[in-house]
Design a protein around this ligand. Structure first.
Ligand SMILES: Nc1ncnc2c1ncn2[C@@H]1O[C@H](COP(=O)(O)OP(=O)(O)OP(=O)(O)O)[C@@H](O)[C@H]1O
Length: 258
């Protein structure tokens, strides 16, 4: 089912996307629109292609040998799979946060400053400002501003995950991809990340994979339900959860399978 949309208002437009790991087809004919400054949740049973799909949005799958993509992914109307596209700047614009917090074994400051430095920013005052602003946006500044030179490995898992979010924000993306960002966290740390996601959508377009339907219902505006590599249904989260059109969506959200 394809939702009626106004193309001009879409941040990401995916049309007829197929994806292969060698001979195995992991995504089939995926068509999906992601609206700007909203949270879009990808839900569905394990192995249905959510993470694979997420990684097609910043070409992270290119790093896996033997993979093949067919179809179209437009970001702000531009095809991100066109041959001469600069993948480094694509990944700068489309940041990513993973399931396990994965800070670098460096100081808190250098975790956040790493990306801007790699992109050529050398001025200390400018870096200081980026680090502070990114940590504030990731709702971590108040907890770590007195120990920026301490190792990122010494902070809690929830703080590490917010640090990874700050690290992604430091290179000024406009889209943030989150692959089950709370699955390794306790309920308190999870609640903080969920609150943060709500806040982030004011400035960023967020696409989040989650195993938790409660989480999708709490924090997303749009939801796409994936099943064996296909998008079965997509639409406003409230509609998907309260009035799904496809029986398979209903079965999944009511816990009848998956
Ligand atoms: N690097 C890879 N090489 C080969 N097959 C892969 C690879 N990564 C994923 N797959 C396969 O592609 C399919 C989709 O996997 P994917 O991780 O995208 O699903 P998912 O919905 O995100 O699952 P989960 O919720 O368990 O993370 C699965 O059958 C998986 O085994």
């Amino acid at each position: 089912m394809v939702e009626e949309v106004n193309n001009n208002s879409e941040k990401i437009v995916v049309e007829d996307l197929d994806f292969y790991y060698d001979d195995f087809q992991a995504l089939e004919d995926v068509t999906l629109r992601v609206p700007p400054n909203q949270v879009t949740a990808l839900i569905g049973p394990s192995g249905c292609g959510k993470s694979t799909f997420l990684r097609t949005l910043n070409r992270m799958n290119d790093l896996i040998e033997g993979t093949k993509v067919e179809g179209t992914v437009l970001i702000d109307g531009k095809d991100i799979y066109q041959e001469d596209l600069d993948v480094v700047s694509l990944r700068k614009r489309v940041g990513m946060v993973f399931q396990e917090p994965n800070p670098f074994p460096k100081s808190i400051y250098n975790n956040v400053a790493y990306g801007p430095k790699a992109h050529g920013i050398k001025d200390k005052a400018e870096l200081d400002e980026i680090v502070e602003e990114s940590l504030k946006r990731a709702a971590l500044w108040d907890e770590v501003n007195d120990r920026l030179d301490k190792s990122a490995i010494g902070i809690s898992g929830g703080q590490q995950q917010r640090l990874c979010i700050a690290r992604a924000l430091a290179v000024n993306p406009d889209i943030l991809l989150m692959d089950e960002p709370t699955s390794a966290l306790d309920p308190v740390a999870t609640a903080k990340i969920e609150e943060l996601v709500e806040e982030l959508k004011k400035n960023y377009t967020v696409v989040i994979v989650t195993h938790s339907m409660q989480q999708a219902a709490r924090i997303s505006d749009h939801t796409a339900f994936f099943l064996t590599g296909e998008v079965v249904e997509t639409g406003p989260t409230e509609k998907i959860f309260e009035r799904p059109e496809d029986q398979r969506t209903e079965d999944y959200i009511t816990g009848r399978f998956g």
